[in-house]
Design a protein around this ligand. Structure first.
Ligand code: ZN
Length: 199
């Protein structure tokens, strides 16, 4: 990329590190940014830095939030005896969009994948077990993706939690295999939730 000056090249390079951004898109974004009003660029960079600095895990459910306890966990009207286990914050958002789920969540931040060397200790599983031990939980709804990793994780959690006497259920597989929860429409998500079966 010698035909661009150093600063332009490094801007393109940084943008190209982002997931889903190929070389062409990185170039287009870089030139877009270079033509933006300086104030807008400053606001963008400020927003990036602030978000990265202030967003962390909720102390209860481990979703990403800028508060100590996220608004869902802090809401006394939610059913705190029902926990839905999801892989990431985007999956939580997908269920929240349906507006029909009244329990709380637990975000694992990943799924068990022996192929990729991701074990039970690499996701927020110990934290889930700690919640089950500490809180009065009636049902755990496992809503991990229906990929191989998601299923493996669901089975692992089920085996771990069963002896505690907490009811463990799995959302119905109306969700296509390998499908990311965030890409699935709300009707399918609700159907999967309503059709959940006990493990
Ligand atoms: Zn929370």
């Amino acid at each position: 990329m010698e035909y661009y000056s150093k600063e332009i090249s490094s801007l393109i390079e940084e943008l190209g590190r982002l997931p889903g951004i190929g070389a062409k898109t990185a170039q287009r974004l870089a030139f877009h940014i270079l033509h933006m009003p300086k104030d807008d660029v400053e606001r963008l960079s400020h927003t990036l830095t602030q978000a990265r600095q202030n967003v962390h895990y909720c102390k209860e459910c481990f979703t990403l939030t800028d508060q100590d306890i996220c608004p869902i966990c802090a809401n006394a009207k939610r059913d705190h005896k029902q926990i839905m286990v999801v892989e990431d914050t985007r999956d939580l958002a997908a269920y929240e969009k349906t507006g029909k789920y009244e329990g709380v969540y637990h975000v694992l931040h990943g799924a068990i994948s022996p192929m990729q060397g991701i074990g039970p200790d690499d996701i927020k599983l110990k934290e889930l077990m700690a919640r089950i031990a500490k809180e009065d939980i009636e049902e755990l709804i496992i809503a991990t993706n229906s990929s191989l990793e998601g299923e493996t994780t669901a089975m692992y959690i089920s085996r771990l939690v069963k002896p505690t006497g907490v009811k463990v259920s799995r959302i119905a597989s109306g969700v296509p295999v390998g499908g990311d929860l965030e890409n699935i429409d709300e009707v399918t998500l609700l159907r999967a939730l309503e059709g959940r079966t006990e493990l």
